[in-house]
Design a protein around this ligand. Structure first.
Ligand SMILES: [Zn+2]
Length: 387
């Protein structure tokens, strides 16, 4: 039996014995609601999570924010002597559910699943990280690298206040592990994610009576329609570029030439190299109808997480660890972004989707599969001990 095999077996044994502890901790986390927009609630939840890390001997720092929720950084050195590098583990404290959701959608365990707002995305991930550390200690394993856990409060709304801290920490790290939900019922890891952006196209025209004097007006809705056609032509399935007008508004009443119209545009792309040109094209939309004005806000936000050799090597490591305990592990390419997109764009190998197995993220039936929790914690612990 090789070294990794006995490590993974003892990790799994220790963590299977802690399954109920993990579920209990998840329940505590889910019952402490933490919507992205609510600073007081987020800070409460951040303090709860920070307390768990302090109890495990981590050096905890609260990264204070004025308007948004605070972020939590926990540092842990479990080895002997000096660390030979650093691993960054990323997760988010915030959920998409407004305060009070819990009343209609309480935390509950049913048929081997744990339901509740943010269970899957991603409070189970936060609980798994704590379980992984418990597992490492119980199995007597000593990771060679310093472990830095960074839990931000604004991932679901673009990470604008945490991005810098994430990038700074990633640059000091040899690898980044992201505890976002896994993909599919078999818990695949995410080895590629599309880059994304959001833009708003705002049209100003001129109002006029649609019957008496239509030519005195400039129809903002017509202008918007023409601009949307332009945006549609920027789609390129072969390059993995997708632009979707998702929300449109315009006009006032049916017999007035509309003076205002606007559209929101969802932007997804696959290759980092396409970003500058795509951003430029979107921002340089010019009016088509005489007298119309066009303004574009927003643009590219998250770069893609590309499947680089560094990412593939991390995935192969994870797969071989799972193989030691007889479990298959696949990989997935997904359209949604995470904070792993930022770290990967800096060239730091990033492995995403290491969170729980489950389904229904951002919905009424969000849940995780309880039986999978110890195995996922063992996988994380195995990576932390062997990278
Ligand atoms: Zn998430």
């Amino acid at each position: 039996m090789n070294e990794n095999s006995s490590m993974m077996r003892s990790l799994r044994r220790e963590l299977r014995g802690r399954e109920q502890d993990i579920v209990r901790l998840l329940g505590r986390f889910v019952r402490c609601e933490s919507p992205s927009q609510d600073k007081a609630a987020l800070d409460r939840f951040g303090a709860l999570v920070a307390g768990q890390w302090r109890r495990r001997g981590a050096k905890v720092r609260i990264l204070r924010e004025k308007k948004r929720g605070n972020h939590v950084r926990a540092e842990l050195w479990l080895g002997a002597g000096k660390p030979r590098g650093q691993i960054l583990i990323l997760g988010h404290l915030d959920t998409v559910y407004p305060l009070g959701t819990l009343a209609a959608m309480p935390f509950c365990v049913k048929a081997g699943r744990a339901y509740g707002p943010g269970t899957f995305d991603m409070k189970a991930g936060l609980a798994l990280a704590l379980a992984a550390v418990d597992g490492l200690r119980a199995a007597g394993l000593r990771p060679g690298k310093r472990l830095v856990f960074l839990w931000n409060s604004d991932e679901e709304i673009g990470s604008s206040t945490s991005r810098l801290a994430i990038e700074r920490e990633a640059q000091r790290s040899d690898a980044v592990l992201v505890l976002e939900p896994s993909a599919g019922a078999d818990g695949r890891l995410k080895t590629a994610r599309k880059g994304l952006g959001w833009a708003e196209v705002i049209i100003a025209g001129r109002a006029a009576h649609a019957g008496l004097d239509p030519r005195a007006g400039v129809n903002a809705v017509h202008e918007l329609a023409l601009q949307i056609v332009r945006l549609k032509h920027m789609n390129n399935a072969r390059r993995g570029i997708s632009l979707q007008a998702t929300v449109i508004e315009g006009g006032t009443v049916s017999n007035v030439v509309p003076a205002h119209a606007r559209a929101e545009v969802d932007i997804r792309y696959t290759h980092l190299a396409d970003a500058p040109k795509l951003d430029r094209k979107i921002r340089s939309l010019r009016p088509i109808l005489p007298g119309a004005r066009v303004k574009v806000c927003g643009g590219i936000n998250r770069p893609p997480l590309e499947r680089t050799p560094g990412v593939i090597a991390l995935f192969h490591r994870a797969r071989s660890l799972m193989r030691e305990i007889g479990l298959p592990l696949g990989e997935a390419w997904v359209g949604g972004g995470s904070d792993g997109n930022f770290t990967s764009a800096l060239g730091v190998p990033t492995l995403d989707g290491l969170g729980a197995i489950g389904a229904g993220a951002h919905s009424l039936v969000e849940h995780v599969v309880i039986r999978s929790l110890p195995d996922r914690a063992a996988l994380l612990a195995g990576l932390l001990a062997s990278l």
